[in-house]
Ligand binder design. Structure first.
Ligand SMILES: CC(C)(COP(=O)(O)OP(=O)(O)OC[C@H]1O[C@@H](n2cnc3c(N)ncnc32)[C@H](O)[C@@H]1OP(=O)(O)O)[C@@H](O)C(=O)NCCC(=O)NCCS
Length: 143
């Protein structure tokens, strides 16, 4: 059975380390991890944490209204493309909509662009490089 609940920053660290920071010197800890406005969500399948995403209040001048940034979105190794990411992100959108958040945006890795596009995220601006991680695009969705 699948369950999506709020988790602590620390609970996101093992998947962040393995999936998002493997072979990098970049820390798995993020500024804003412990802000009171930050929401960390975890998807559990039969009590195993298999997908994570962190949602942090962060504004870009390009967007209007209340904005959140999605960070650290990942499904566990070997458990990708099973629908977990989509379920988690749709749940997050529902929770953020209930908080009157207007825009959810992220710095999307090029490998994940189709994932976000399929969920209705649009591109903003040009490709940019994040040191150690690679090329990214800003993507956003009006909630
Ligand atoms: C990107 C990621 C978070 C998506 O989560 P997921 O659990 O694998 O995605 P889902 O199974 O819910 O996929 C939802 C849809 O997106 C598609 N999709 C998922 N990942 C994709 C990818 N990397 N490229 C292309 N399409 C992708 C799926 O095929 C699926 O399409 P469908 O609805 O037509 O069947 C996950 O693959 C991952 O952790 N990747 C490595 C880390 C990473 O790149 N994170 C994103 C940082 S910005």
């Amino acid at each position: 059975m699948i369950k999506i609940t709020e988790i602590s920053a620390e609970q996101t660290y093992p998947i962040r380390k393995l999936v998002l920071r493997k072979g990098m010197t970049l820390s798995h800890k993020m500024n804003g991890d412990h802000d009171s406005s930050t929401l960390h969500l975890g998807l559990f399948d039969e009590d195993r944490l298999v997908c994570i995403g962190s949602f942090m209040k962060a504004s870009k001048s390009n967007f209007k209204g209340i904005q959140y940034q999605l960070r650290g979105m990942a499904s566990a190794q070997g458990l990708q493309s099973k629908g977990y990411g989509k379920e988690l992100l749709l749940k997050a959108e529902e929770l953020l909509r209930a908080k009157d958040v207007d825009v959810l945006w992220c710095n999307a890795r090029v490998v994940a662009l189709d994932f976000y596009s399929k969920l209705g995220y649009e591109f903003f601006g040009d490709v940019f490089e994040v040191k150690e991680v690679g090329p990214h695009f800003v993507m956003f969705k009006k909630l």
